[in-house]
Design a binder for this molecule. Sequence first.
Ligand SMILES: [Zn+2]
Length: 373
Amino acid sequence: VSYRCAACGTPYPLSSHRFRCDCGSYLNVDDSELFGGQDLAGPPGGIWRYRKCFGLPENVTPVSMGEGNTPILTFEIDDAKLHLKMDFLQPSGSFKDRGASVLVSALKHTGVKQVVEDSSGNAGAALSAYAAAAGIGVTVFVPYYTQEGKVVQMKMYGANVLRVPGKRQDANIEALRAAQGCVYASHLWNPYFVRGLSSAAYEIWEKMGQELPQAVIVPVGSGGFLEGLHYGFCTLKRAGLAGSSPRLIGVQAARCAPIHYAFVNDMEDSTDIEEEKTIAEGIAVQRPPRARAVLAALRNSGGYTVTVEEGEITEAAKRLGRMGLFVEPTSASVLAAWLKIERRDREGALLVLTGSGLKAATTYGGLVGTVER
Ligand SMILES: [Zn+2]
């Protein structure tokens, strides 16, 4: 048994290639192994250092390209100190490599040769990269508005990329249709992807001298990163290595904020909301399938959600650029949020910068111009 339904408890083996339960709910990794200090005894560097937390069978061979182990920089803005985790410094240029490495390792282990995925870009790029490394074929459905740079990147990895007219949700529907005949390697649904993302939590703890910051600010689309971080921080606590989880602050674009809406209205699951086009395309997820887990993680950590407007995202991106950090709008949203929250949460907070600015070159070109006359 590798998967267990989060709602009704039905178990499924890894080889079932399930992305959800017959009852419709998302699945969790079914494991009982406890993580301990001895599991951190190996040499530093790389997410596979934390593999015991992934819940994969022991004989799974990692498909790894040096993901993880990203630096944390410390800055001072408006008399407050903040830490920036440079998670865009990964093989495919985004934090999703953490999840893709673990998910693709599981796929390869079970002999999968061909998968479908839907993505606004970063997850598709990460999955395409790791699938290429593992010799697995990929078809990615992307929304029509996906940045050229991300599409080109996926194609260079050998993926078959199909643009879907309509919204992000329409790419999801197309992928679900195509998945009926093959494996749907969904970063939105798959719990191993989330476990891979949890590796960032252990890194934060190790790199900050075995301490945790009071607050961690992270962009929220499907919310997988927030869920993964919470899982990681709770694992450290269970192992007796850290105290309480940092307050998790989830950032959504005001134009597409289903998790925020559910959070402020005391709902346990997200509901259908209108999605408008946002510059932060990486967090435009209208129907996050693991929303229940994300909302529980937010509340459990004593955290909350913040929405940011388009102009605030752009300003934050420019400000980061002037600090020497070129990140995509989705990433810049965390600084936009940090500038808005109460001072007690600002001091010493850690912000995760999730994706490279090179992925959004077209958008930024429209902002700063590209041709001198
Ligand atoms: Zn179920």
